[in-house]
Design a protein around this ligand. Structure first.
Ligand SMILES: *Cc1c(COP(=O)(O)O)cnc(C)c1O
Length: 914
C-alpha cells in the first residue's frame, strides 16, 4: 500500500502524529539496514542523518526510547558506525512496534542484546496466570533545567514498589507548547503533572509545530497572569483528552487554589515541597479509578467461590454441563469461566441491573464520567431497546416527536408503544447512491415553526435524530440544539448514536457528539458573554416574523433554556462489548421530571434475567476506552484516511472503485466551508477541523462508502464476492456501494488486504474488458449504467390518512400511528393488493386511497417506506416496483401490500383515534 507519510514529511500534513512517528522509525530502520549493508554509501548515511534528525526533534514527547538511547544513536551516526546505528535503530523500532519497551527493561538500554528481563512483578490473576502489569507514561511540565530531568526521572523510578498495580515512566517537557504537543502525540500519557512557573514557547526546533498545535490551541495570547499558564494548560488538555488526570504542584496557597473554579480540570493540587511519594500514589490511584471495573472484578471473584446453587439456571457453575453425557462439548467450547460466572443471583455482590445499589451503581457512575454524561444507564438488549426506553421515558400519548423518518425502526415502534405522534421529517436524499443523508436544520426548524403556527408547539416534546447516520453523516448537534432551543427552550433531544459511541474519545469526533455538544452549550449559556450576545441578537431580531426566523440563526434565551440531551449507543458496534451491550447517556437539566418515568420504562423493557457477561463486558469496554480510547480512535481514523487516499488515487483501482468523499456525500449547501475531502493535498487539517466545528454536516471518515457500480457490481453481489474470495466482511450494502467501516480493532494489514482485493478485482475487470467481444463490452457498459445512472427516486413520507390526524388541514404532518398499527390486528380490517396488479394503478388514479396497515422496511436501505396509517402514493409504488432487494420486512410478494380497508377508514375522524 502506498504510504502517504512518504508524500509528506511534515507534521502539519498528517492527521495522526503518533502513527506518523511510528512510520518514521520504520522508515529509518529501512535506511539504517541499507547503510549497514553498504557502509560506504554517503547517500544512505545522509538519508539516515536527515531522518534521524527529524525524528529526534519530537522525541522529547515520549519516555521511550528516551534521551540516552537517542544520544547513543546520534553518536553512532556521527562516528560512522553503521552497524551499531542499524542495531540501535532496529531495537527501538522493534520495541515500538511490539510494545516490548512496556515489558522489558533491556529495551531501554543501549548495550548489546541480553536476555530480556521482564519488568513484571504483578500479582497473579484469579485464574492463576500472570497478568502483565499495565504500563503508561506520565508527563511532567516543569520550569526546572533540563539538566535536572534525568535525576528527577531516576527519583520517580525509585518510588516504585513491587505491589504497585501499574508501571510508568516519566517524560519531562519545559513549556506549554511542548506539553500540548506531547499530549497530542503520545498516546501512552495517562497523567500530567504541572509545576507552576513553566513558560509558553518551546525551545525545540520543530518547523511546523504551530501549524500542528493550532488544531488544539488558539494562537498564543499576549499576556498571562502569573500561574495562569498552568490552569490554562489544564483546561486545554482536559478539552482535548478529558480522560487524563491532571495534577498541579504550586507555591500558591493550595487551599485557596483548590477551591477556585479554574481547578475544575485538575484532579489534585499539591504544595511544591510535599512528599513525592504522595504524588506517586495519587498518579497510580487516578489510573486505578479508570482501570477498576467494579462489576467485572466482582464477577471474577464470584466465579472462584464455592457456592451451592438452588436457584434457577442449571448451567450456573457448569454442573448441568460437565456432568452431562450429551452436552459436554458445550463446556469444552465455552470453557469453565463463563459457566462459573453464570448466576441468577443478585446477591454475592452481583447487584441488580433493575435496582442497582452496588457495583452496577458504581458502573453507571463510571460510565457517565467516561462518556461525559450526567447519568448513564446500561442496556442489555441492544440500542433497539435502549431507544424504546428513552422514547417511553420522555413521551406520553399525544406528545409530538419530530423525527427523521430514516431512523432505526426501534424509534417507530417506540412511538406505537407510547402513543406519541411522529412528525416525520425528511433527510436530504443522495439519489445517485440510493441512500439518504441527514435532516437539514432548516427542515427541523420549519417543522417546529409549523407546529407553532398550528398552536401545537407545546405538545412537541422531542427532536429525534440519528448521529451519525449509517453512512457517516454527522450532525452539528451544538447548532441543531441551539437553534431549536431558540424556538422552544425546553425541547428534549434524543440522539441515536448507535454507531458513534467511540466518538467521545476522538477529539476530532467529540465535537459532533450529543454529550460533547451538551457540555459546550452548558458552558456557553452560563457565560456573561452569551447574555450580551443574546441581548444584541434579541434586539436585532425583535421584529422578525416566523418566515424570517426560519432563515435566521436562532439563539435561546439564557434565562429559559434547558439542556436536555439523551444519547443511546450500541457499545457492541464500536467498542469491546458483547453483542447487545448498549448505553443510555443523559444530560438533562430537568431529569427530576423524567426520573420516575425513566425507571418505569427501564422496568418495562429490561429482562429480569439480564446477561451477566454482557454487563461485565460493558464495564470492560468503558475501561478500555478511558485508558486507550484516544490511541484506538486515532488509529481507526488514520487507517480510514489512508484507505480513502490510497484507493481514490490508485490509477487502476480508481477506474472501477471509488470512495465517496465528503464533497460527494454532503451537498454544498450544508458544507459551508466548501471542504471537499480530508486534509492535504485537498486542504489543510486546520481548515478541516474548522469545518467540523461549523459546517451543518460533516462526514465521519471511518464510515467508508465504497462505490462499486463502475465495476459492474451491485452492493449485495460485491459484498458476497469480498467475503467468498477474499475473506473480507463489510458492514452493509446499498444499490451501487458497500459500506466499509474501520473500527478500534482494525490494523494497517486489514487495510492492505482490502486494497489488495480491489487491485486484484480491477486487474480482472481490466483483462476481461480487453479480451471481451464488442457485445460483451456493451453489456458491461449497460450494467454499469443501470447501477450508476438509472437509480430509482427515493420516495418521501407522503402523509397520514386524514382519519389519523387531529386536523387534516394542518401543515404539520404528525399523526396517530398507534391506532392504525392496532387496527391491523383484526384481519377483518385489512385487505391485500398485489404490487404488480392493475388494481394498484387504478386506486392510485381513482381511489379509494390505499392506506398501509403496517411498517414496510426494505433491507437495504432499512428505513420504513410505509408506516401504519400512511397513504401510499405513486412514488412509493414506483420505488417498490424497482426495488431489487430480497429482504423486505412487512411485505410478502405473494400476498401483496397490506392495507386498511377503505370501509373501515370511512367514518374515522381524529376523535376516534385516541
Ligand atoms: C444498530 C442500530 C440500532 C439498534 O441497535 P442494536 O444494538 O443492534 O439493538 C439503533 N439505531 C441505529 C442507528 C442503529 O444503527
Amino acid at each position: 500500500m502506498k504510504d502517504p507519510a512518504n508524500a509528506s514529511h511534515h507534521l502539519a500534513n498528517v492527521y495522526a502524529g503518533a502513527i506518523f512517528r511510528e512510520d518514521q522509525w520504520r522508515r529509518l530502520n529501512a535506511y539504517a539496514r541499507g547503510w549497514a549493508e553498504m557502509p560506504d554509501s554517503a547517500e544512505l548515511r545522509a538519508k539516515c542523518r536527515t531522518l534521524s534528525g527529524d525524528i529526534a526533534r519530537m522525541e522529547h514527547c515520549w519516555a521511550y526510547p528516551g534521551p540516552r538511547l537517542i544520544e547513543a544513536i546520534r553518536e553512532s551516526l556521527e562516528a560512522g558506525d553503521a552497524a551499531t546505528f542499524a542495531r540501535l535503530v532496529r531495537k527501538v523500532s522493534d520495541a515500538l512496534l511490539s510494545s516490548d519497551f512496556r515489558r522489558e527493561e533491556s529495551a531501554w538500554e543501549a548495550g548489546a542484546e541480553t536476555e530480556g528481563r521482564v519488568l513484571d512483578f504483578a500479582p497473579p490473576s484469579l485464574d492463576g496466570g500472570p497478568v502483565q502489569r499495565p504500563y503508561f507514561e506520565v508527563l511532567i511540565v516543569t520550569p526546572s533545567e533540563p539538566a535536572q530531568w534525568q535525576r528527577a526521572k531516576d527519583e520517580m523510578r525509585r518510588l516504585r514498589r513491587p505491589d504497585d498495580a501499574f508501571d510508568y515512566a516519566v517524560v519531562h517537557v519545559g513549556s506549554f507548547e511542548d506539553a500540548v504537543l506531547a499530549v497530542m502525540l503520545n498516546t501512552d500519557i495517562q497523567a500530567v503533572v504541572l509545576y507552576d512557573g513553566f513558560g509558553y514557547a518551546t525551545r525545540h526546533d520543530i518547523p511546523d509545530l504551530h501549524e500542528y498545535l493550532v488544531r488544539t490551541i488558539p494562537p498564543k495570547a499576549d499576556t498571562f497572569e502569573p500561574g495562569a499558564l498552568s490552569t490554562r494548560l489544564a483546561k486545554t488538555i482536559a478539552s482535548f483528552r478529558p480522560e487524563i488526570d491532571i495534577y498541579l504542584l504550586s507555591d500558591r496557597a493550595p487551599e485557596r487554589l483548590a477551591a477556585s473554579d479554574e481547578m475544575a480540570s485538575i484532579r489534585r493540587v499539591f504544595h511544591h515541597v510535599e512528599e513525592p511519594m504522595e504524588l506517586h500514589l495519587s498518579i497510580l490511584d487516578g489510573v486505578k479509578d479508570r482501570f477498576e471495573t467494579p462489576y467485572f472484578d466482582n464477577l471474577k471473584k464470584y466465579a472462584t467461590r464455592p457456592i451451592g446453587t438452588f436457584h434457577a439456571l442449571p448451567i450456573a457453575r457448569g454442573k448441568s454441563v460437565f456432568n452431562s453425557n450429551w452436552i459436554r462439548d458445550m463446556g469444552q467450547f465455552y470453557g469453565t469461566n463463563i459457566l462459573f460466572a453464570e448466576s441468577s443471583a443478585t446477591t454475592g455482590g452481583l447487584d441488580s441491573l433493575l435496582e442497582p445499589t452496588g457495583n452496577i451503581k458504581k458502573m453507571n457512575e463510571a460510565t457517565a464520567r467516561a462518556f461525559g454524561a450526567k447519568r448513564a444507564y446500561l442496556g442489555t438488549n441492544g440500542t433497539s431497546t435502549s431507544n424504546k426506553i428513552v422514547v417511553q421515558a420522555i413521551c406520553k400519548p399525544g406528545d409530538i416527536v419530530i423525527v427523521d423518518r430514516n431512523c432505526h425502526k426501534s424509534h417507530h415502534y417506540g412511538f406505537v408503544l407510547t402513543g406519541a405522534q411522529p412528525y416525520y421529517v425528511e433527510a436530504f436524499p443522495l439519489v445517485q447512491y440510493s441512500m439518504y443523508g441527514a435532516v437539514p436544520l432548516r427542515t427541523i426548524k420549519k417543522a417546529l415553526l409549523d407546529c407553532k403556527a398550528e398552536g401545537t408547539l407545546a405538545r412537541v416534546k422531542v427532536i429525534d435524530l440519528t448521529n451519525c447516520t449509517f453512512d457517516g453523516h454527522m450532525y452539528n448537534p451544538r447548532r441543531v440544539m441551539e437553534e431549536c432551543l431558540g424556538i422552544k427552550p425546553d425541547l428534549v433531544f434524543l440522539w441515536d448514536e448507535a454507531w458513534f459511541g467511540f466518538a467521545r474519545f476522538s477529539p476530532l469526533h467529540r465535537k459532533r457528539t450529543a454529550m460533547g455538544a451538551a457540555a459546550a452549550l452548558a458552558e456557553r449559556y452560563g457565560s456573561a458573554e452569551y447574555r450580551e450576545e443574546y441581548k444584541a441578537w434579541k434586539e436585532k431580531t425583535a421584529n422578525l416574523d416566523d418566515a424570517a426566523l426560519l432563515d435566521t440563526r436562532l439563539m435561546p434565551d439564557p434565562d429559559k433554556v434547558r439542556i436536555r440531551a439523551y444519547q443511546t449507543n450500541s457499545t457492541h458496534k464500536s467498542m469491546s462489548a458483547f453483542r447487545q451491550g448498549s448505553m443510555m447517556l443523559v444530560w438533562d437539566d430537568d431529569f427530576h421530571q423524567v426520573e420516575g418515568p425513566f425507571e418505569e420504562a427501564f422496568f418495562a423493557h429490561t429482562s429480569t434475567s439480564p446477561n451477566l457477561q454482557l454487563i461485565a463486558s460493558l464495564d470492560l469496554a468503558r475501561r478500555q476506552m478511558e485508558l486507550e480510547g484516544y490511541a484506538l480512535t486515532l488509529r481507526m481514523t488514520e487507517i480510514a484516511l489512508r484507505l480513502r487516499n490510497t484507493i481514490n488515487n490508485h490509477p487502476l483501482i480508481s477506474k472501477y472503485f471509488r470512495i465517496a468523499t465528503p464533497g460527494e456525500m454532503i451537498p454544498a449547501e450544508f458544507r459551508e466551508s466548501g471542504i471537499e475531502d480530508y486534509g492535504p493535498p485537498n486542504g489543510s487539517w486546520v481548515d478541516l477541523i474548522a469545518s467540523w466545528d461549523n459546517d451543518e454536516f460533516a462526514l465521519d471518515p471511518t464510515r467508508i462508502t465504497l462505490l462499486c457500480g463502475s465495476a459492474g457490481f451491485d452492493g449485495t453481489q460485491f459484498k458476497g464476492m469480498l467475503s467468498d474470495r477474499f475473506d473480507i466482511q463489510v458492514n452493509k450494502t446499498s444499490r451501487n456501494s458497500v459500506l466499509v467501516q474501520t473500527n478500534i480493532n482494525n490494523t494497517h494489514s486489514d487495510a492492505a488486504l482490502l486494497v489488495k482485493a480491489l487491485a486484484d478485482l480491477s486487474r480482472d475487470i481490466e483483462a476481461k474488458q480487453k479480451n471481451d467481444t464488442t457485445s460483451g463490452r456493451e453489456q458491461f457498459a449497460a450494467r454499469v449504467k443501470s447501477l450508476v445512472t438509472d437509480v430509482p427516486d427515493l420516495p418521501n413520507f407522503s402523509r397520514f390518512h386524514d382519519g389519523f390526524r387531529d386536523n387534516a388541514k394542518a401543515r404539520s404532518n404528525e399523526g396517530h400511528m398507534r391506532p392504525a398499527f392496532f387496527m391491523a390486528y383484526d384481519e377483518d380490517n385489512c385487505e391485500f393488493v398485489r404490487l404488480a396488479s392493475e388494481e394498484v394503478d387504478k386506486r392510485l388514479k381513482d381511489g379509494p386511497e390505499m392506506v398501509s396497515a403496517n411498517f414496510v422496511i426494505p433491507y437495504p436501505p432499512g428505513f420504513p417506506i410505509m408506516v401504519p396509517g400512511q397513504v401510499i402514493t405513486a412514488d412509493t409504488v414506483t420505488y417498490m416496483r424497482k426495488l431489487d432487494v430480497k429482504e423486505i420486512h412487512g411485505y410478502h410478494a405473494a400476498q401483496g401490500l397490506k392495507l386498511i380497508k377503505p370501509s373501515v377508514l370511512e367514518n374515522r375522524n381524529a376523535t376516534s383515534t385516541r
